[in-house]
Design a binder for this molecule. Sequence first.
Ligand SMILES: C[S@@+](CC[C@H](N)C(=O)[O-])C[C@H]1O[C@@H](n2cnc3c(N)ncnc32)[C@H](O)[C@@H]1O
Length: 406
Amino acid sequence: MIVTIERLGHLGDAIAQGENGPIFVAQVLPGEVVEGDLVGNRLEKPRIITPSPNRVRPPCTHARSCGGCLVQHANDDFVAEWKTDVVRSALAGQGIEMSLRPIKTSPPLSRRRATIAGRRTKGGTLLGFHARGSDTLVAVPQCQLLHPDLKAAFPALEALVMAGGSRKTELALTVTRTLAGPDVMVTGGKPLDGQLRFELARVAEAHNLSRLTWKDEVIALRTAPMQAMGRAHVAPPPGAFLQATEEGQADLLAAVQEAVGNAKRITDLFAGAGTFALPLAETAEVHAVEGDAAMTTALDKGWRMAEGLKRITTEARDLFRRPLEPDEFKKVQAVVIDPPRAGAEAQTKTLAAARVPVIAFVSCNPVTFARDARILLDAGYKLDWVQPIDQFRWSAHVELAARFSL
Ligand SMILES: C[S@@+](CC[C@H](N)C(=O)[O-])C[C@H]1O[C@@H](n2cnc3c(N)ncnc32)[C@H](O)[C@@H]1O
């Protein structure tokens, strides 16, 4: 069967219009004429008859087999426009039409946090990402996403898989670049006993890991796994959220700082370990609210150790069940809100009622962002600008920062 690709769906699959509905094709681009075998609603084994001018040779040698990246076969301009369009369509779905700022994309080799899969094999170990649509592991020594410091941690990860993995189960090894060496958290490994604890601690020592956590237990804390947040240093708890790239964090922070301007009293909602609260405290008093008490504790400690910051108060609170109420925003001049993918419907409703003059909204899901934006617009807020940000180069993810004002 021969089809012409019409568009790229928001999950990265190309879509052609068939007689009986849409046909999905992997790894091809709009405008391409493709021949393949129709299996259900998918065109399998696609052969490109007419390539798109946007097609490029994938920069990574693993692109064909590895499922970690979806659109390495497209040039950067195409990917930027496709991701911007995902944001545009989500907003249009809520009747919001506006021009967007040009997307900011993190460079290759910048991911500072990633979860690598690992298992033992007959001859040793295998580390990598899953192949597209399968649980087969693909080794990724030439990966173009991971920061060189994460790749340099692979021998440590191999040693951990050797010590605590098996051929039957797969380990998930989350490795984070820190100022003090790799911070590693492993799940799916063998249950801990005295011998394994000893062996894992030896690996942490031999490979200069800053911290090693096995499931829920910290096995070794050799040096505090610090992250720079403005002029403060914070050691987030094991496995805690961290913006995926340093460049992405800087882009998000610049947008948030521009949005709040010279506000002197700020509330930071879904504050994490202080990515925004700590730099903002260089010029404003901040109340930081976050669901995970271990993160607010880390933030507070980072603030206490830093010099020259204004006051930060912290509160551990579930903002889905117990959003801040309007009277808790008295005298607050700006709010920063950065919820998880589900968005922040309940909190946005009370925020709309509180009428805080400025809201800096950061989102990793354009669809829930558009839903929450609609709540603010209906309450009389103006959407001043939207800045798309791409920390997940070559994937289907896109993030954004936006400013609302009254
Ligand atoms: C996208 S992260 C942003 C964190 C921080 N602003 C940053 O940039 O590092 C979302 C944060 O929301 C927190 N969170 C998730 N569900 C929550 C809830 N129901 N109530 C409060 N915080 C929650 C997570 O722990 C996480 O720190």
